[in-house]
Design a protein around this ligand. Structure first.
Ligand code: XUL
Ligand code: CO
Length: 438
């Protein structure tokens, strides 16, 4: 039975199209740098925002009807969400989805009953996947909503809570493998603290690593060959979260010997909450060989929280795709961890939001490829550091066994130092504008 009755198959119509239910830039088969747009941009639907969230906020209840004709909290409703999700993805040509365990079934009192429901619903999802090219991008366990996680999951003060976290991770890993997921995410929802007056930080961080190590061992044992991801976020819900940003998470993984199995899942709005640009956290991940996947959304610079808006900012999307192209692509994908604004509560709005997000990234991809092809930015950066290869002192600094004394001697022999050359920021920004709008 069709759920989104007035929504047609969404097609590419080109940038001049005025049809709100058509792509203006996302042309799945268009080839850029030898690869189809659809391969550069493995888009994913986030089960939670798209099929569950009704626009609830701190001051008001839901306004969007996500019952899909069934009673909330029932397995019939869970199945109706699967039907809605698959129709939605097929109408948009989206090939991946991401889920938390509790997005796909109503959670029961007893974890054994929840697990039984998870088996049932994933059998149903598998059935729906058959004959389509839709797959799971990544799975995860929601270890932040249930009251038992009030003090965190891996970082909880309670060994009993830690055990329940293990049970959820084990099951979510099994489901991810069952659905052919490319990755498995740890977003440390409440892995952090409110006050150090009650917190043993070293113990908590070691325990998070303990949980992750057990997850890696179990995952590999049951045939999970994909990447594990940490999704950094500096705050919210906790005042201070341990996976503050990419640099912090990578340091943590290296300190605990987890860096071979893990990469980063970088979310734009989390990076900006950490006081970075999205591009910054992508670059930090990429230079450490850990750029795995992306939660594609954007924040609002006037608001200090995780607004999870659909991506609209073409500058940001362009610089994101610049990083992704330079890194040779993602092993993961682009998950729209994004939600409609509360007043956009219709089915049509759900589609228009994805069209906006997909078009923004398609445009970002086109423009990033043009920036790279243009070569002026790369050329400038290369030249900017050329003193290390083209001058005698540069070569000496870079040579094996260079000593502080001999390099210092060069400076003392010179007496005074020349300025290092203009950074040319404004001129480079003008190049970006000319490529974006020229
Ligand atoms: C929360 C967030 C999560 C993760 C998955 O800010 O981004 O939805 O992506 O748990
Ligand atoms: Co996210």
């Amino acid at each position: 039975m069709e759920i989104f009755k007035n929504i047609p198959q969404i097609k590419y119509e080109g940038s001049k199209s005025k049809n709100p239910l058509a792509f203006k830039y996302y042309d799945a088969d268009r080839v850029i740098f030898g690869k189809k747009m659809s391969e550069h941009l493995p888009f994913a639907m986030a089960w939670w925002h798209n099929l569950c969230a009704e626009g609830t906020d701190m001051f008001g209840r839901g306004v969007a009807d996500k019952s899909f004709g069934q009673e909330y909290g029932t397995m019939e409703h869970a199945k109706a969400k699967v039907d809605a999700g698959f129709e939605f993805m097929q109408k948009l040509g989206i090939k991946y989805f991401c889920f938390h365990d509790v997005d796909i079934v109503p959670e029961a009192q007893d974890i054994n009953e929840t697990n039984r429901r998870l088996d049932e619903i994933t059998d149903y999802i598998l059935e729906k996947m058959e004959g389509t090219d839709i797959k799971c991008l990544w799975g995860t366990a929601n270890m932040f909503s249930n009251p038992r996680f009030v003090n965190g999951a891996g970082s909880s003060n309670s060994a009993e809570v830690f055990a329940f976290a293990c049970a959820q991770v084990k099951k979510a890993l099994e489901l991810t493998v069952k659905l052919g997921g490319r990755g498995y995410v740890f977003w440390g929802g409440r892995e952090g603290y409110e006050t150090l007056l009650n917190t043993d930080m070293a113990f908590e961080q070691d325990n998070i690593a303990r949980l992750m190590k057990m997850a890696v061992e179990y995952g590999r044992k049951i045939g999970f060959t994909g990447d594990f991801y940490i999704e950094p976020k500096p705050k919210e819900p906790m005042k201070h979260q341990y996976d503050f940003d990419a640099a912090t998470a990578i340091g943590f993984l290296k300190a605990h010997g987890l860096d071979k199995d893990f990469k980063m899942n970088i979310e734009a709005n989390h990076a900006t909450l950490a006081g970075h640009t999205f591009q910054h956290d992508l670059r930090v991940s990429a230079i450490n060989g850990m750029l795995g996947s992306i939660d594609a959304n954007q924040g609002d610079m006037l608001l200090g929280w995780d607004t999870d808006e659909f991506p609209f900012d073409v500058y940001t999307a362009t610089m994101c795709m610049y990083e992704v192209l330079k890194a040779g692509g993602l092993t993961g994908g682009f998950n729209f961890d994004a939600k409609n604004r509360r007043p956009s509560y219709t089915y049509e709005d759900m589609f228009e939001a994805f069209i906006l997000g997909m078009d923004t990234f398609a445009l970002g991809l086109i423009k990033a490829a043009e920036l790279i092809e243009d070569g002026r930015i790369d050329g400038f950066i290369e030249k900017r550091y050329s003193s290390y290869t083209s001058t005698e002192i540069g070569q000496k600094i870079m040579s094996e066994g260079a000593t502080l004394e001999e390099i210092a001697q060069y400076a003392c022999d010179r007496g005074t130092c020349e300025l290092p050359g203009s950074g040319k920021q404004e001129s480079l920004e003008a190049i970006v504008n000319s490529i974006l709008f020229g």
